[in-house]
Design a protein around this ligand. Sequence first.
Ligand code: PEP
Length: 248
Amino acid sequence: TCPRTFVVGGNWKMNGTKSQIDEILGFLRKGPINDFTEVIVGVPAPYLEYVAKSVPQTVEVAAQNCYKALNGAYTGEISPPMLKDIGVKWVILGHSERRAIFGESDLLVAEKVAFALQNGLKVIACIGETLQEREAGKTEEVVFRQIQAIACKIKDWKHVVIAYEPVWAIGTGKTASPQQAQDVHKALRLYIATQIDGNVAKQVRIQYGGSVTAANAKELASQPDIDGFLVGGASLKPEFIQIINAKQ
Ligand code: PEP
């Protein structure tokens, strides 16, 4: 078996000014960051190139979205080649805010994942159920549907990280318990093994996201199927370093 490299992403969302970003770059430079965790920061589009040029070499940069065309009449959108052109290697796709606020469907997210991969980007693909869906007992049904939509469009999962982010835990201060998160991660891995590919199931990294903080990261990181985090609010603060280093 090959160990899955722990991977922690920070999703800055629509936050930050240049001076705030300089503060974040400051604590990322200061670290210290352990050398066995992969670190990615998800940066608002106007600051991508600035951050890509100034982050420590061990930190990678992600866009928070991109479209499924090379160029053309898609006002307001950005393309995978544009991201590559400015030194960005990753993109976060299918975040619940994109799905809920901007109406991105499972199909559109899957098409964007496939297009980004074809164009040489690595992808953090986000899935997760709403509170209503969880309370209706539909968590697995929803996350399996979301992952299957992506599986229908891609074959190679080598450059994909899955972020399981229960919507009710995002930005709410309500973290999934380590057991709740582990249960879904395990079910996802079993689904992938039985419905997609056994090797993919062993190798694909599944991050947990939803109100991760320095206080809860260690216990979450100790779960066998949690391979990292996608962190919103806390990724803007120095405690992000403790979250990066949470895996023992
Ligand atoms: C996110 O934006 O992906 C996220 C998990 O946000 P937060 O950590 O603030 O809940």
